[in-house]
Design a protein around this ligand. Structure first.
Ligand SMILES: [Zn+2]
Length: 60
């Protein structure tokens, strides 16, 4: 599964077996740290990771 870096449009490989929501991945093109987000059944990447309201955890 491939996704695109929001910074440089470089392709980022995402493997559902290896990556899950909230994991950080590094863009091989520009080195930006990105976070894996789940969109339906697909994995995508975002520059920031926002947790769903239903799963708020204390951040201490
Ligand atoms: Zn990039």
């Amino acid at each position: 599964m491939k996704s695109k870096c929001p910074k440089c449009d470089g392709s980022i490989k995402l493997d559902p077996e290896l990556h899950e929501e909230g994991d950080s991945v590094e863009c091989e093109e520009c080195g930006t740290e990105l976070f894996v987000v789940r969109k339906g059944k697909k994995l995508s990447v975002a520059e920031t990771f926002e947790e769903d309201e239903e799963e708020l955890q204390e951040f201490a």
